[in-house]
Design a protein around this ligand. Structure first.
Ligand code: SIN
Length: 357
C-alpha cells in the first residue's frame, strides 16, 4: 500500500541501456515510444501520485453487518472516510470475505489487512493471558466485564500482544454466550456426549470436556453448515450471532445460560500503526473510540432485541434456567479456572473476578 515506487513504475519507459542496444531505426522508434510514454506519464502522474498518497485501511471481520462488530466497523469507516477524505480510506470486509479469524492475525502481520477485531478467544497463539476472558462463569454481567477491561489489568492486556508485533487498540463488547442444541439442555448431564463447536480456545475445550461433551474447534463461517448437516450437535454464542447467522433456524433449543463471554479486541499491526503520521493516528483513535461506543450500545440493545426476535420467530425454544440449574453448570465448569491458573495467572483471574463487586 505504501509502495509508491511500485505504483509509479508502470509508467516509466525502459531504461537507457535497453535503447542503446538496438539498431538506429529501432532506436528512433524506441525513443518515440519512450517519449510518448513520458508524455502519457506526465498527464497521468499527478493523479497517480494523489492516489498513491491515500492510505487505505482494510478492516476484516467475520460477522454480519447487523451485529455490534459489524456496526462498529461501518461507523469507523464512515467517520474516517468523512473526516479524513482524500487522506485515508477505510474499507470494511464483513462475513469472513477476506479472512477468517484463524488467518486474520497473520494477515495483519503480513500487511494484507490493517485492522481486525477477533473474539478474545482467538488470540491463544499470541498470548495466553487473554484466556482469562474465556473462563466460564467469570463475569456476572457486561458491567463487570467493562469494569475489568477499563481497569489497570484490562488495559495492560491490550499491550500483551506487542512483543508479537500487534497492537490492541481497544475492546468491544458483544455479550454473554448462550448454548444452542438439537435437544433441550437444562443441566450439564444433558450436554454429555454432544458435539459442540467452539472457537479456537483451549479454555473453551476444557469447559465442554468438564460437562463430558466433545468440543470441536471450527471457524465461525462454517458453523451454520455444520449445524445444518448435524456434523455437530450444538454451539455457544451470543444472541446477535445466533440471530444474524440464523443458527436459531436450525437449532430448536437455546438455553439462556450466560455461562461465558464473547468480546473483541480491535487490533492492528505495530508496523502499520507506528508508520502512520501522528496526526492521522490521533484522528483514527478518536474515530475508533466513537465507533466502539456505538458498537457497545448496539451490543446491549441486540442482546435483548435479537433474543426477542428469536423467540418471536417460533423456530427455537428459549429455555430459562432455574437458579439451581445454573448452579449445576457453574459447579461443573468452574474447576476449569484452576486448570488454567498457571497460564493466565492467579492474580489476573482474581482481578477479573473482583470486577463483579
Ligand atoms: C465473532 O463474533 O467474531 C465470531 C464468534 C465465533 O467465532 O463464534
Amino acid at each position: 500500500m505504501f509502495n509508491h515506487g511500485r505504483a509509479l513504475s508502470g509508467w516509466l519507459p525502459h531504461n537507457a541501456t535497453d535503447i542503446s542496444d538496438t539498431d538506429p531505426t529501432e532506436e528512433n522508434d524506441m525513443k518515440k515510444l519512450a517519449l510518448s510514454a513520458l508524455l502519457g506519464a506526465s498527464l497521468i502522474l499527478p493523479a497517480t501520485l494523489a492516489e498513491a498518497k491515500e492510505i487505505v485501511i482494510k478492516f476484516s471481520h467475520v460477522v454480519a453487518e447487523n451485529t455490534p462488530k459489524g456496526q462498529m466497523a461501518n461507523k469507523f469507516r464512515d467517520l474516517v472516510n468523512e473526516r479524513l477524505k482524500g487522506k485515508v480510506k477505510v474499507e470494511v470486509f464483513p462475513n469472513a470475505q477476506l479472512f477468517g479469524d484463524k488467518k486474520v492475525l497473520e494477515a495483519l502481520l503480513l500487511g494484507d489487512v490493517h485492522m481486525a477485531a477477533p473474539s478474545l478467544s482467538k488470540f491463544k497463539k499470541y498470548t495466553k493471558k487473554l484466556q482469562v476472558f474465556d473462563l466460564p462463569f467469570l463475569f456476572n454481567d457486561i458491567n463487570a466485564v467493562d469494569r475489568f477491561q477499563k481497569g489497570p489489568e484490562g488495559q495492560k492486556l491490550l499491550k500483551s500482544l506487542e512483543s508479537k508485533g500487534l497492537i490492541g487498540l481497544g475492546y468491544l463488547h458483544n455479550g454473554l454466550k448462550q448454548l444452542s442444541a438439537y435437544k433441550p439442555l437444562r443441566v450439564p448431564a444433558d450436554a454429555a456426549g454432544q458435539k459442540f463447536r467452539i472457537m479456537s480456545s483451549d479454555v473453551l475445550a476444557a469447559q465442554f470436556e468438564a460437562v463430558k461433551a466433545h468440543p470441536v474447534k471450527k471457524p465461525f463461517s462454517e458453523v451454520f453448515t455444520l449445524l445444518g448437516t448435524h456434523a455437530i450437535d450444538g454451539q455457544e454464542n451470543t444472541w446477535s450471532n445466533i440471530y444474524s447467522k440464523k443458527f436459531y433456524e436450525v437449532q430448536p433449543y437455546i438455553t439462556e445460560s450466560n455461562h461465558g463471554l464473547l468480546d473483541y479486541m480491535v487490533v492492528t499491526s505495530a508496523e502499520f500503526w507506528n508508520g502512520l503520521p501522528a496526526d492521522i493516528r490521533a484522528e483514527l483513535e478518536k474515530a475508533l473510540s466513537e465507533a466502539v461506543a456505538l458498537g457497545n450500545r448496539v451490543a446491549l440493545e441486540k442482546a435483548k432485541s435479537d433474543k426477542q426476535k428469536i423467540i418471536d420467530s417460533g423456530r427455537s425454544t428459549v429455555i430459562q434456567l432455574k437458579p439451581e440449574e445454573v448452579e449445576q453448570w457453574r459447579a461443573v465448569m468452574k474447576p476449569v479456572w484452576k486448570k488454567f491458573e498457571g497460564e493466565i495467572g492467579a492474580d489476573l483471574i482474581a482481578a477479573a473476578s473482583a470486577a463483579n463487586k
